[in-house]
Structure formats: structure tokens, C-alpha cells
Design a protein around this ligand. Structure first.
Ligand code: G1P
Ligand code: ZN
Length: 543
């Protein structure tokens, strides 16, 4: 077996986005494309000789091929050992758990999260550091810089390694250890939650349905929910991970998880429904005919944390991404703990958690998590809710309604306009920026603009500054409209419009969010000139 140094040419489009590098599968299949990026990672992180790396992915099309390439490149770049999930499978939170548990140098996660997969679908790759979290912007910038000047990469010439049996093999001087994809993660969950109480709930007539959406969480949910917690057989649906997610869009929201939604809103509905995404880090929580917005879910989890075994001592603080509703802020205020507002993307939570400033964090995009790992964690959120339900013995709906009665309700919705020509999307953003001065103090019906800005964040731990993180139109009553361009899409531009209105009056809490936000939506469309500039009458998806 010999190490080959291969001459290559840089690609200009390897800038990591909100969560790693995401491209269509055929892009990743281009000669040297994956190799260039992997070498750029290794060159940026300069692993000490003999370091241990974790590798795994969500099992989508191209996962296995990519892993074989990465293993051979790791061997040629001086790693001593790689831990790989069996079959190349590790959910994103499980990868984070394994990196932390075995104190490895870092890990490479292969996933395009909730984006569809298959030969023409999306693929992705990202690097996580030794804390188990996504590389910081400093590291992703360094990777991008390397990718623009790369001239060679190193790879071991060797046969493929079998990934389907547990145990150790060698690749050159490097050990490859195939580990069980589920057990370390399941053990961590068992340490955080009262499995006996949840088991009593689930075997005592409380019915649940978990939609794994043919994605990575199938085996995790089967083992934990049906295996260890005794949920009835069949409680986990679409449990077999498929390379193309069965042709579906593995994003747990009311639009794409429609199989589950039909069940939870249908006859004989279960008491609790949940779904997770392609790589298992997102979650959607449903009660019987009741949807919990991700922003509310974070707030409810924060308010009830001390009921849950791993969190009885209380939480140090909460963090939410800027577009996420301020529901969690109200809980933080009541608990007298800090609430941090970060840019979109999980990588901004890592420093806060490492410094012990926050315990819980969340995003409106169906992401919730805690400092047990450094990624958002879909199944963790489900177990957190089940633990709360086991203790409070109330329905999901009554828990949320009581929460609103106490803290007020933050009506919330997000409108996504996908696949826009980049110039049109940029045009909307530029127009908004140009309107800041004329918008300030302007009145729209009952809403008055207090301020407008382009969100900028200074990390309280390392003082790094992230600019242009979304345009905020802030109204005097606390309502907000936010405009932001997605950093995870692979086709054209996706413009996201986030809407939030606070309502203290319980008599209005029953309103449908779309009704409650009607006026704000109109204001957002008018001031952005979105319809005229893009020709889109309707958003692609509303969540
Ligand atoms: C989206 C979400 C963001 C999340 C990211 C990765 O990013 O909006 O909250 O962290 O996916 O799951 P975006 O496409 O908006 O850049
Ligand atoms: Zn994901």
C-alpha cells in the first residue's frame, strides 16, 4: 500500500455554508471534488500524527463511496485511528456524542441534512471539532481559503474497507474501528432522561407515532422508543433508512412530514407525534391535532427543564438564533438566566456551551438541543417532551396552552421562497437595506417601525464578529419581520421571511398563526417589494 500525492486544481465553489459544504451529488462526483475539500479540511486543522477522527453520515446516496475516500485520505494524512459508524451510519447528534465521548480530534459528518437525496439529490460534508460541534467560522474560512489554492492531495492506494461488521481493521498504518451507530448515543439519552417514567407512560396507554422519514433516525428511534422504552411495535414509522429517503424530502415540518400529520390530525390520533430529518438533528413535536412551533418547543423545554433528570439543577442560560421567536427570552427572564441571540446556524452555540453560558439552545428551523452534545438533536427533543409528559401527565396541547397563558404567545411563521434567481433575491435584500432610513418610525396600521438593521453578532466568548446575518424590521410592540438568505440551498437563492407577533391576551391565543400574522405578512410583502421583484405570488413553503 502506498501513499499517492495527486495533482489537482482548485474549485472556486467550496465555500461552506450555514452547515458545511452542500452540493448536488453529481458535483461531489466530479473528479477530485470531494478529495480537494477533504484535503483542505485536513490542511486547515493540522491534526497531530496519530490523531483519532470520527466519520459517519446519514446514509444518503454517495455516503459509502465518500467514506471510503475519506478513510484512505485520513490514512495518508497521518491519522492513527478512525471510528466509523456501522454501514457508514451516524446521525449528526450521534457523531457529536462519539467525538466527545472518545475525546477524538474531530469528525467528518456526511449529510445534506433535510435536503432530498439520491443520484440527483444533495450531498454534504462538514467538519466538527473536538468539542463535537460544527467548525467555527474561522475554521470554515480557513478551509475555503485552502480549497482555492490547493494543488495536491494525499490518498492511500488500498482496497475498500468493509463497513458492515463491528470491529477493527487497518488501512496502512491507521486503524479503522467500525462502531455500533446507536449504542453510545442511546446510553447518553438514558443518562439524561428518566427512562423508567417514560416507559411507564408508553406502556400505560399513551400512544405515540414517530416518523423517521426513511432517514438516519430509524434505527435510533426503533432501539430507543420501541426497544428500551416499550412503545408499541409500529410506533416508529418509515423506520428503514433509504439512500433517497424513499423519494421524500426528509424535513420534519407540516408540509413534508405529511404522512405523520395525516395520522396525528386523523381519527384515533396518537397522543404524541414527532419526526426528525435526514441526519436526525431536527425535530417536529405534535400533540393530538396540535402543532408545537419549534420556538415554543424551546421555551416549553426551558420552562420545564428542572422536571427532567439531566437538568434538575437548572439551566445556565438559553440561546436562540436571531430569527427564532422570543418565546424563550420570556422564560429566561422569569428564570433570571441569560438568553443569547445568535446568528442562524448551530456553530454559533458551541462557544456559549463550551464556556458554560448556556445549557439549552434552539432555532425556529426545527432545531433544539442542549450541552449534552454540540449539535441539535432530534430524538433528544422528543425524549425531553416525553419526559415532561410523563411527569406532568397532561396533554401536549394543555401544556402549551398553560405556557402561553403564563408567558403570552409569540405567534410565529416563516415563509420560504426557494429557487429564486440570485440577482432577484439580492435585489430584495438591497432594496430593504436602502429603505432603512425611510422605514424608521413609519406606521403601518397598528404597527410602528422602531428600528431596522442588518443583524451583526459579536461572540461573547472569542469576540469574533459575524456581520450581515439577516435584515431585521423591529416594531415598537416587539413584533418583528426578518429577511434572510439561506446558506444551505444548492439551487439559486432561497429567501426566508420570518414573522413574529407577541400576544399577551389569552382570549386571542386560540387564533391560527396565519390569521394572527396577516397584517405583518402584508407589511413584509409591501416593504420588500418581494412579489414585484420576484414574480412569486406565494411562498414555496410556509412553516
Ligand atoms: C437552515 C436553517 C438554520 C439551520 C440550518 C441547518 O439554514 O434556517 O436554522 O441551522 O438550516 O440545519 P439556512 O438554509 O436558513 O441557511
Ligand atoms: Zn439536519
Amino acid at each position: 500500500m502506498s501513499i499517492r500525492t495527486v495533482t489537482t486544481q482548485p474549485f472556486s465553489d467550496q465555500k461552506p455554508g450555514t452547515s458545511g459544504l452542500r452540493k448536488k451529488v453529481p458535483t461531489f462526483q466530479k473528479q477530485h471534488y470531494l478529495e480537494n475539500f477533504v484535503q483542505s479540511i485536513f490542511d486547515s486543522i493540522s491534526p497531530p500524527s496519530g490523531a483519532t477522527l470520527v466519520v459517519g453520515g446519514d446514509g444518503r446516496f454517495f455516503n459509502r463511496e465518500a467514506i471510503q475516500t475519506i478513510l484512505k485520505m485520513a490514512a495518508a494524512n497521518g491519522f492513527g485511528q478512525v471510528l466509523v459508524g456501522r454501514g457508514g451510519i451516524l446521525s449528526t447528534p450521534a457523531a457529536s456524542c462519539v467525538i466527545r465521548k472518545y475525546k477524538t480530534y474531530g469528525g467528518i459528518i456526511l449529510s445534506a441534512s433535510h435536503n432530498p437525496g439520491g443520484p440527483d439529490g444533495d450531498f454534504g460534508i462538514k467538519y466538527n471539532g473536538s468539542n463535537g460541534g460544527p467548525a467555527t467560522e474561522t475554521v470554515t474560512e480557513a478551509i475555503f481559503a485552502k480549497s482555492k489554492v490547493i494543488t495536491t492531495y494525499r490518498i492511500l492506494e488500498a482496497a475498500d474497507v468493509s463497513l458492515d461488521q463491528l470491529g477493527e481493521t487497518t488501512l496502512g498504518n491507521m486503524k479503522v474501528k467500525v462502531i455500533d451507530s446507536v449504542s453510545d448515543y442511546a446510553e447518553l439519552m438514558e443518562s439524561l432522561f428518566d427512562f423508567a417514567a417514560i416507559r411507564a407512560l408508553l406502556t400505560g396507554g399513551f400512544k405515540i407515532k414517530f416518523d423517521a422519514m426513511h432517514a438516519v433516525n430509524g434505527p435510533y428511534a426503533k432501539e430507543i422508543l420501541e426497544g428500551r422504552l416499550g412503545a408499541a411495535a409500529g410506533s416508529v414509522m418509515n423506520a428503514v433508512p433509504l439512500e433517497d429517503f424513499g423519494g421524500g424530502h426528509p424535513d420534519p415540518n407540516l408540509t413534508y412530514a405529511h404522512d405523520l400529520v395525516d395520522i396525528v390530525y386523523g381519527k384515533d390520533a396518537p397522543d404524541f407525534g414527532a419526526a426528525s430529518d435526514g441526519d436526525g438533528d431536527r425535530n417536529m413535536i405534535l400533540g393530538k391535532r396540535f402543532f408545537v412551533t419549534p420556538s415554543d418547543s424551546l421555551a416549553v423545554i426551558a420552562a420545564n427543564a428542572t422536571l427532567v433528570r439531566g437538568y434538575t439543577k437548572g439551566i445556565a442560560g438559553v440561546a436562540r438564533s436571531m430569527p427564532t421567536s422570543a418565546a424563550a427570552d420570556r422564560v429566561a427572564k422569569a428564570l433570571n438566566i441569560p438568553c443569547y441571540e445568535t446568528p442562524t446556524g448551530w456553530k454559533f452555540f458551541g462557544n456559549l456551551m463550551d464556556a458554560g453560558k448556556v445549557t439549552l439552545c434552539g432555532e425556529e428551523s426545527f432545531g433544539t438541543g442542549s450541552d449534552h452534545v454540540r449539535e441539535k438533536d432530534g430524538l433528544w427533543a422528543v425524549l425531553f417532551w416525553l419526559n415532561i409528559l410523563a411527569v406532568r401527565k397532561q396533554s401536549v396541547e394543555s401544556i402549551v396552552r398553560e405556557h402561553w397563558a403564563k408567558y403570552g404567545r409569540n405567534f410565529y411563521s416563516r415563509y420560504d421562497y426557494e429557487g429564486l434567481p440570485t440577482e432577484e433575491a439580492n435585489g430584495v435584500m438591497t432594496h430593504l437595506r436602502d429603505s432603512f432610513a425611510s422605514l424608521t418610525d413609519k406606521q403601518f396600521g397598528k404597527y410602528t417601525v422602531a428600528t431596522c438593521d442588518d443583524f451583526s453578532y459579536t461572540d461573547p466568548v472569542d469576540a469574533s464578529v459575524s456581520k450581515n446575518q439577516g435584515i431585521r424590521i423591529l416594531f415598537s410592540d416587539g413584533s418583528r419581520i426578518i429577511f434572510r438568505l439561506s446558506g444551505t440551498g444548492t439551487e439559486g437563492a432561497t429567501l426566508r421571511v420570518y414573522l413574529e407577533a407577541y400576544e399577551a391576551d389569552v382570549a386571542r391565543h386560540h387564533l391560527d398563526a396565519q390569521d394572527a400574522l396577516k397584517d405583518l405578512i402584508q407589511i413584509g410583502l409591501n416593504i420588500s417589494e418581494l412579489i414585484v421583484r420576484t414574480g412569486r405570488q406565494q411562498p414555496t413553503v410556509i412553516t
